[in-house]
Design a protein. Structure first.
Length: 290
């Protein structure tokens, strides 16, 4: 479908992907929590909205009555900071949980300001993990083993990966049921998608037969630019239904929420960004069959 077909349709009938708009009902309440559906938020390119999407998707899933655990797998600790937890307050991080058999994930979990949303934090210590994991037996499954004690307690566990396809990201993919790929609508993001989907296929073939791509999430979209519209058309053409109907548009609200240390649905509950992530949460539940 060309650019004309995607973007010259009535806005009240068609979304930014060019598909007919769907109104998803609120999902049924869960009768009990768990076992968790584990999702990796992955893109080897930085600055595409992985952490923002992890925080806000997690918060919107919690708002829908799901119990959610977020895991920071980036040594820069952006997810940890983005939820208002200071690095100097951390006694245990995901690094300790993965590499010290005496450390339990149960002791590393922090509550957040959003009811039903918990966090396992990270800091710069995690940068040493890939080197230390190299000589471990079953090194690709270290994270999966660490998560095992809490899988029964949560409906979703979302893993916020660093911008690389190294051993930590492979650990996340090996532990996950699904992958969400946030991407900015620009040419180099499109080029990187092929490499990333190839990596997902290799992990599925060799380490985790249950791994699927939950969806590709277009972020920071600006329909005023012809380049963004052209890339969107190409993404839909190549990946079709793998692309979420929900598109996250560019807004100043997201940097504000990072400073506030809160999800957007707490900082600006009626904003467009809040509505978009609420819609994404419904899509994720629908695709995950949770």
């Amino acid at each position: 479908m060309g650019e004309q077909g995607l973007f010259d349709k009535p806005e009240d009938e068609y979304g930014l992907t060019g598909r007919p708009l769907r109104t998803l009902p609120d999902p049924e309440p869960v009768k009990r929590h768990g076992p968790a559906h584990i999702i990796s938020m992955v893109n080897q390119k930085g600055g595409v909205g992985k952490t923002t999407s992890t925080i806000n998707l997690g918060a919107c899933l919690a708002e829908l009555g799901r119990k959610v655990l977020l895991v920071d797998l980036d040594p820069q600790g952006a997810l940890t900071a983005g939820l208002g937890i200071a690095h100097d307050e951390l006694d245990l991080t995901i690094y300790d949980v993965m590499l010290d058999s005496r450390s339990s994930i149960l002791n590393a979990i922090h509550s957040t300001a959003m009811p039903g949303l918990d966090l396992v934090p990270a800091n710069i210590d995690l940068s040493a993990a890939e080197i230390q994991l190299v000589n471990e037996v079953g090194r690709e499954h270290t994270l999966g083993r660490a998560l095992r004690p809490v899988r029964k307690d949560y409906d979703f566990i979302i893993l916020d990966c660093q911008p690389s396809l190294g051993l930590l990201t492979v650990n996340a993919l090996a532990a996950s049921h699904g992958v969400i790929i946030p991407m900015e609508c620009e040419y180099f993001s499109l080029r990187g998608l092929a490499l990333l989907t190839d990596t997902v296929e290799k992990v599925r073939d060799r380490l985790n037969f249950d791994l699927e791509i939950t969806g590709i999430l277009v972020t920071m979209f600006d329909r005023r630019t012809s380049h963004a519209r052209e890339v969107m058309s190409r993404v839909i053409e190549v990946f079709d239904d793998q692309v979420f109907d929900t598109v996250i548009t560019r807004t100043v609200r997201f940097p504000e929420t990072s400073v506030a240390g809160e999800p957007i649905i707490m900082w600006a509950p009626s904003s467009q960004g809040s509505q978009q992530y609420r819609q994404l949460a419904k899509e994720v539940i629908e695709r995950s069959e949770v």
